[in-house]
Design a protein around this ligand. Sequence first.
Ligand code: ZN
Ligand code: FE
Length: 255
Amino acid sequence: MPLEIVTVPCLSDNYAYLLHDPATGTTALVDAPAAAPIEAALSARGWRLDMILITHHHGDHIDAVETLRAAHGARVAGAAADAHRLPPLDLALAEGDSVQVGAELGRVIDVSGHTLGHIAYYFADSAAVFTADSLMALGCGRLFEGDAATMWASLSRLAALPRETWVFSGHEYTAANARFALTIEPDNPALQARAADVDASRAEGLPTVPSQLADELATNPFLRAGLPEVKSALGMEQASDVEVFAEIRARKDRF
Ligand code: ZN
Ligand code: FE
């Protein structure tokens, strides 16, 4: 049975996620931006929090970890590489490790780039990957610690997951990302259609996250940096994939 996944809006534009295994009653949380909305989502369903899965060290992803740990006695998991700047970890993880949520195993994927030590959690049976500030809907995180080659390698690992995988990212940035993406590929019909969908969803106050990996592959300029049509749109036919990715990221930083 797949995990039940609940999106919890936090702060101004963050998303946290509750993962609940109905068979065992186990509940895990991906990222802890703020305690109050997460506690409200838990109590509305009568769930206790068993585990907190941290993606990376930024405050808007970890500030409520200690409050929630104290309230629930939850175990805390995060990247071993970041243990020095995360709340104390009960489980220190690296690429290829697994975390168990009820009956389902999640695989840890190193998605460094936004930060070094950023990890994603991939639950194959639920067709869900939690990417926070690495791969985002129509975008990717800013390169604060890693370089373009590091982020490109991380995005390539995520791009290799099954196309039907749902991408649960950390922020509602999609409308602005769509406006930028259209500057890279104004004539991409899938992108034009998706940008209209995004605007319609936002006008109704609906989240645009999660998105399906197949749609990201068809529309997200940061995943498409290696494609001949994107290289030629930028006049970079001879450039490497990483060089094109770096150019798109630099343009987004100035957008
Ligand atoms: Zn971040
Ligand atoms: Fe963030």
